[in-house]
Design a protein around this ligand. Structure first.
Ligand SMILES: [Zn+2]
Length: 249
């Protein structure tokens, strides 16, 4: 099993105990997603010391006002365990007043992904139309594929992202019985585009708990139920898709 999107940097996990728990749960690969270059550097050091850990480099739209140096970005991206640019994208959940800055940051990092020949992990919340417009305009940056992390735009929009080459990861949210839209999207997601994540420490399938990649089996069990498939089939399928998209060694 694979967790394609989790955050460890400065989140207060107890290592090595947490990493052992994750391995014991059967989760053999974890991609640590960056929100800032500082956290990407933290993840790079963790990944260098732990088999099965990988990382991404990128600046989350929440930090659209924060400058970063392209050479720092590229130095991290050239690390052998860096497998994607991300998480990058658009987030209008708390308002779109810095929309221009978010769009500029997103486009700048898509250009970097193209230059670095890396796939992209996209964070997009309450910004479906703008995200699709940017992706359509920057198709050249999507040649290595892209992931809609914690996909939340329902089955009605899934085809538009899939047509552009998108893959989709589902996490703790699908485990909530009232999360109908997420479950419907997970049900119709093409089999070769389906991936699993936790977004740890957020979005635990067990309300009120701190999330961990050790909860990936709960996500796989729920996806199996939604898709009328077996747990083993979902584990094998999502592993294969993660390895193909992110070229995990
Ligand atoms: Zn995240």
């Amino acid at each position: 099993m694979t967790d394609v999107h989790a955050h460890f940097a400065e989140e207060g996990y107890e290592f090595p105990a947490e990493w052992e728990k994750i391995g014991a749960a059967g989760v053999k690969a974890v991609i640590l997603a960056a929100d800032t270059l500082q956290h990407a550097a933290w993840h790079a050091a963790f990944a260098a010391a732990h088999g099965g850990a990988y990382f991404t480099v990128g600046v989350h739209p929440e930090f659209a006002g924060m400058p970063f140096a392209e050479e720092d970005f590229c130095a991290l991206a050239l690390h052998e365990k860096c497998v994607a640019v991300g998480e990058i994208g658009l987030d209008y959940h708390y308002g779109a007043e810095n929309r221009a800055a978010q769009l500029a940051l997103f486009e700048r990092q898509l250009a970097l992904a193209e230059k670095l020949a890396l796939p992209v992990q996209i964070h997009s919340r309450d910004a479906c139309a703008d995200t699709l417009a940017v992706l359509r305009e920057h198709g050249g940056a999507l040649g290595r594929g892209f992931l809609m992390h914690c996909y939340s735009y329902g089955r009605e929009n899934l085809g538009a992202f899939a047509e552009l080459g998108g893959s989709f990861s589902f996490g703790g949210v699908v485990c909530f019985k009232n999360a109908r839209r997420a479950a419907e999207a997970a049900a119709v997601c093409p089999a070769d585009r389906l991936l699993t994540e936790t977004d740890s420490p957020y979005l635990s399938p067990f309300r009120g708990e701190k999330n961990t990649p050790a909860n990936i089996p709960a996500v796989c069990r729920r996806l199996a139920e939604i898709r009328g498939s077996s747990f083993e089939e979902i584990c094998a399928l999502t592993d294969k898709n993660a390895r193909a998209l992110f070229k995990l060694s």
